[in-house]
Design a protein around this ligand. Structure first.
Ligand code: AMP
Ligand code: GLY
Length: 424
């Protein structure tokens, strides 16, 4: 079967890499892909959110399954367009992708379904936001309601900081259209965990756990990023809490969507805070995490093509997910300007051709002839499996140390410290 993967990050390279292990895979296409996916299949130039182009490619190349990696094409209705055209697609429809693309909508659905989450109000009027913030005397979090690449959340220590952030978002429009509506919510304390599930509308399989490191610098300092590394499994969540998360978060959200006529097909990702009052939702994503995927998929033994197909055709109940018990850890190597400014194209050297239990996933790269160039953002994710997390860590860093490109930056403490519970 021919497969099209939409996206260009490390997540998409990891997906392609796992699909390439399937004996049932025919030809593999990526829109637009990167230097890594170019080694596994055919990259199609264009924009990942270009619905028309994706449909054209799917028809022209006789694609049997399209897998949508990032949030933008999902929010743009790519899955809807494929379903309408009678083409198999893995990823939720736009209405369900609103869970990630519109935090105000996510809050509303959570409230309607009694899903535990931080108390919140949403505003598009600055004066109304101020009037509300002034009545609060606890620490607040202000979020741009729209898609902001993981950078639209500001955790405030003092209520007056929240006033300034509201002004930056609603008046100065520093966050662009994403900040035209904001969510102001109570700040929660506790351990942060991410739980991902693959869903076909009826059956739900919780995936193995993974944890990312969002801050740029060692010790969880510096600005928030898309993620500078990840490891799997995450520190354990006890069975009762996991059961609560499934029963109080996943089931009611999927029920609520179904009531609105949306059958969710794809990955639902819940970011949670384990508070003293139980798990509470911080956010939903409607897709696999990046870089969590680069730590999860090296551990998946089940054929990923079978898993995606089962989800698309409502047959997930027939699938058992089989995981390598060994931990995996991914170190992200980013370009000099990440996350704030773009970087010049620069050659990469030292990517190993073959290294046992190591996968070098590419993201911001370009393949030209026989050479691979860094083109900015997160450039590589070096993932390793090991008998223990420490072994995986050592192995990933050993390989990262042999790879070089100008201005490369990466954290030295992925998987070392438990991730801080609050950011500021
Ligand atoms: P989000 O994109 O909504 O997950 O927010 C990004 C990060 O901000 C989260 O990973 C948390 O570390 C932090 N955060 C978000 N909401 C809250 C909250 N209500 N209380 C404390 N921290 C939060
Ligand atoms: N690493 C977090 C995300 O993919 O949103």
């Amino acid at each position: 079967m021919n497969v099209l993967v939409v996206g260009s990050g490390g997540r998409e390279h990891a997906i392609c890499h796992a699909l390439a292990r399937s004996p049932r895979l025919g030809r593999l296409f990526c829109l637009p892909g990167n230097g890594g996916t170019a080694l596994l299949g055919t990259n199609v130039m264009g924009d990942a959110a270009d619905v028309k182009l994706a449909l054209e490619v799917a028809r022209r190349e006789n694609i049997g399954l399209t897998v949508i990696g990032p949030e933008e094409p999902l929010a743009a209705g790519m899955a809807d367009a494929f379903e309408q055209a009678g083409l198999a697609v893995f990823g939720p429809r736009a209405a369900a992708a609103q869970l990630e693309a519109d935090k105000a909508y996510a809050k509303q659905l959570m409230r309607a379904q009694a899903v535990p989450t931080a108390d919140a109000r949403s505003f598009s009027d600055y004066r109304q936001a101020c009037a509300y913030i002034e009545t609060r005397d606890e620490a607040l979090v202000v979020k741009a309601a729209g898609l902001a690449k993981g950078k639209g959340v500001i955790v405030c220590d003092e209520p007056h900081e929240a006033l300034l952030v509201a002004e930056r978002m609603l008046v100065k429009r520093e966050f662009g259209p994403a900040g035209a509506r904001i969510v102001v919510e109570e700040r929660l304390e506790g351990r942060e965990v991410s739980v991902l599930a693959i869903v076909d509308g009826a059956t739900l399989h919780i995936l193995e756990t993974a944890q990312d490191h969002k801050r740029l610098l060692d010790g969880d300092r510096g600005p928030n990023t898309g993620g500078m590394g990840a490891y799997s499994p995450a520190p354990p969540i006890d069975a009762e809490t996991m059961h609560q998360i499934e029963a109080q978060v996943f089931v009611p959200i999927l029920d609520g969507l179904l009531r609105d006529g949306v059958r969710y097909r794809g990955v639902l990702y819940a970011g949670l805070m384990l508070t003293r009052g139980g798990p509470k939702v911080l956010e939903f994503n409607c897709r696999l995490g990046d870089p969590e995927t680069q730590a999860l998929l090296p551990r998946l033994r089940t054929d990923l093509l079978d898993v995606f197909e089962a989800a698309v055709h409502g047959r997930l109940d027939e699938i058992r997910l089989d995981w390598d018990p060994r931990p995996a850890l991914c170190v992200v190597m980013a370009s000099a300007g990440y996350p704030n400014s773009p970087s010049e194209r620069t050659p990469i050297s030292g990517i190993p051709v073959e290294a046992p239990d190591v996968m070098v996933y590419q993201a911001g790269t370009l393949r030209l002839g026989e050479r691979t160039f860094a083109v900015g953002g997160r450039v590589l994710g070096v993932s390793a499996l090991g008998d223990t997390l420490e072994c995986a860590r050592r192995r990933a860093y050993e390989v990262a140390g042999t790879i070089s490109f100008e201005g490369a930056q990466y954290r030295g403490d992925i998987g070392l410290e438990p991730v801080a519970s609050v950011s500021g």
